[in-house]
Design a protein around this ligand. Sequence first.
Ligand SMILES: NC(=O)c1ccc[n+]([C@@H]2O[C@H](COP(=O)([O-])OP(=O)(O)OC[C@H]3O[C@@H](n4cnc5c(N)ncnc54)[C@H](O)[C@@H]3O)[C@@H](O)[C@H]2O)c1
Length: 252
Amino acid sequence: MRLKNKIAIVTGGASGFGEGIAIRFAKEGCKVVINDINKSGGEAVAKNVRSNGGEAIFVEGDISTNDGWKVLVSRTLEEYQSFNIVVNNAGFTHKNQSMFTVPEEDFDRIYSVNVKSLYWSVKNVTPVLENSDGAVMITVASVAGIRPRPGLTWYNGSKAAAIITSRSMAVELAPKKIRVNVINPVMGETAMLEDFMGMEDTPENREKFLSTIPLGRLARASDVANAALYLASDEAELITGACIEVDGGRTI
Ligand SMILES: NC(=O)c1ccc[n+]([C@@H]2O[C@H](COP(=O)([O-])OP(=O)(O)OC[C@H]3O[C@@H](n4cnc5c(N)ncnc54)[C@H](O)[C@@H]3O)[C@@H](O)[C@H]2O)c1
């Protein structure tokens, strides 16, 4: 049990990587607070955790807003009195297309969900984390922020901002003994995949993307969850400001 007696908040935990992280953390003895705007999906993940002997609750809310974070933190404290781990995983992208055709509302939502969420997150969680043992924040950014693919310009930029913001937060929060680390997954088998590809997910179209990943496969939720588990655990107690590429070599 690598996360025994820990309590984690996982944003965007109703599906994909967030779901994988929540399930893996719970199996390692962590109590998990699953957040999402997708109520039915989030409730189903929490129920799944509980039916497998773990502890989890679901808290609906938009993490790009201060109100969303206030409710998330207060519900977590009400249920578990504290928390040690915050995984900022929720994300949003525009469909793969020319940067000139992305509507302004999509640009704004990308920056709200992928970047401004960190602003509200750190303001709301720091007062609790600074009084918790083994305090750690993990940002699920993307290889998009390091090695941009064409057609995803505004998303790529938001992930680069999330990476450098998280690394800067690591320096500012170090005196409070709060670690901040980043995971950069390559394209994954999640609900966002077709938006990233900008085409139907057929075996032929997938092959075009697989050929750009040296290890030859997409990221699975379990790959990202395993990296998150290490960073969240006390095994990583001297690791802060680090970026772990879970990318099969894509960024080499
Ligand atoms: N799938 C990929 O190819 C890939 C690659 C690299 C990074 N990522 C990143 O991984 C993270 C998880 O994405 P995923 O691939 O699992 O996709 P996903 O769509 O399965 O999961 C994202 C979740 O975030 C939730 N969400 C979106 N906006 C929210 C908000 N404002 N408040 C609360 N929840 C919100 C969605 O409802 C969804 O459940 C994202 O940050 C994404 O950018 C994905």
